[in-house]
Design a protein around this ligand. Structure first.
Ligand SMILES: Cc1cc2nc3c(=O)[nH]c(=O)nc-3n(C[C@H](O)[C@H](O)[C@H](O)COP(=O)(O)O)c2cc1C
Length: 339
């Protein structure tokens, strides 16, 4: 796997030693929304074992509607910012880079504490007014300022998987008749405002997907042409990198071309892309040639690994040292471990 491990890359101004990225994974280990020393150790371990760029678990922007969760970390001033400073210092000391994923759950926020979920058109909660859209744009901007102060190298805007920004992108959940609904380009207007508000603080990665956690067959774009409309708006707003989330990276995004979703994002915008989805979940590396071909052809620049890194913080090192036999194949129980 020399291309994955040995070829440095400069992406959005970040000088990365290799093409490996840790995918964002929520771990519920930050009581009161504050990351602890244990969280710093967890991320440091991946950095010191050769992951070039870490993307944190989703971190909550500072608005009561962002989430009902109490152990998901926040990206807010005060104790959380101090906690994140420990994390970024640990990762940098180990030679790594780290981006903060910024998250608002949209309709997935449970209506506890008397706070209703905010959504584009009212399905599962309250339909946001334009003034409320401005409030959330500002919450993302503030979170990016906190991330910059806390020492992050980049932010990732979570616009995937059925959460708030993705609910604007998806026609099933966005029925608005104002400037934030309608054509694919208009559905992208709110995520674009968020991008515009955070850029300037740090490089901006934008994570998007066709599928939703609750609907694997969902699509924000039914054709490459529709995807182009969406991604052009996001690229013009200042997206430096697209992180195209798929459940299986080798699946073509549209009929008629073997390109995956990251490949299409690169083709349509010219921006660097990250691919992800069931990369090397086991020692069976059958799909690896597809991955290396995609890198070689410039279809994607970086490759994110999620679940395999839960049980193998040292995955990259084992590969570099030709010790693939020692990799622990992913098992569901690894999601309950934290080391
Ligand atoms: C435990 C767990 C938590 C996750 N949390 C997030 C998250 O906070 N934000 C996000 O964008 N994706 C999240 N994901 C999706 C992963 O980033 C990744 O896209 C997915 O696991 C597929 O990659 P993999 O097959 O290499 O695991 C999560 C996945 C897992 C398994």
């Amino acid at each position: 796997m020399p291309t994955l491990l040995d070829s440095p890359a400069v992406v959005a101004g970040l000088e990365l030693p290799n093409r490996l990225v840790m995918a964002p994974m929520t771990r519920f280990r930050s009581p009161g929304g504050v990351p602890t020393g244990e969280v710093a150790d967890y991320y440091r371990r991946r950095a010191e074992n050769g992951i070039g760029l870490i993307i944190t678990e989703g971190t909550l922007v500072g608005h009561p509607t962002a989430s009902h969760e109490t152990t998901v970390p926040r990206m807010t001033a005060g104790a959380a910012e101090t906690g994140w400073r420990q994390v970024t210092d640990a990762v940098h000391a180990a030679g790594g880079h780290i981006a903060a994923q910024l998250w608002h759950l949209g309709s997935e926020r449970r209506p506890v504490d008397g706070v209703e979920a905010w959504t584009p058109s009212g399905a599962g909660g309250h339909a946001m007014t334009t003034a409320e859209i401005d409030v959330i744009v500002e919450a993302f901007a503030e979170a990016a300022r906190v991330a910059a102060r806390a020492g992050f190298d980049a932010v990732e805007i979570h616009a995937a998987h059925g959460y708030l920004l993705d609910e604007f992108l998806w026609p099933e959940t966005n029925h608005r008749t104002d400037a934030f609904g309608g054509s694919p380009a208009r559905r992208a207007a709110f995520p674009a405002e968020v991008i515009r508000a955070v850029r300037g603080e740090l490089p901006v990665i934008v994570r998007f997907s066709q599928f939703k956690e609750r609907d694997h067959g969902a699509r924000i774009a039914s054709s490459a042409g529709e995807l182009e409309q969406i991604l052009t708006v996001l690229a013009d707003a200042g997206a430096d990198v697209f992180h195209a989330s798929q459940r299986r990276f080798w699946e073509p995004a549209f009929p008629g071309s073997p390109r995956n979703l990251a490949g299409w994002a690169h083709e349509l915008t010219g921006r660097p892309t990250i691919t992800v989805g069931s990369v090397a979940l086991t020692r069976d590396v059958t799909q690896m040639s597809r991955l290396l071909a995609g890198l070689a052809h410039g279809e994607f620049d970086l490759v994110a690994l999620g679940r395999i890194l839960l049980g193998n913080p040292d995955w990259a090192r084992l590969l570099t040292e030709n010790r693939l036999a020692e990799v622990r194949d992913f098992e569901k129980s690894h999601e309950d471990t934290y080391h």
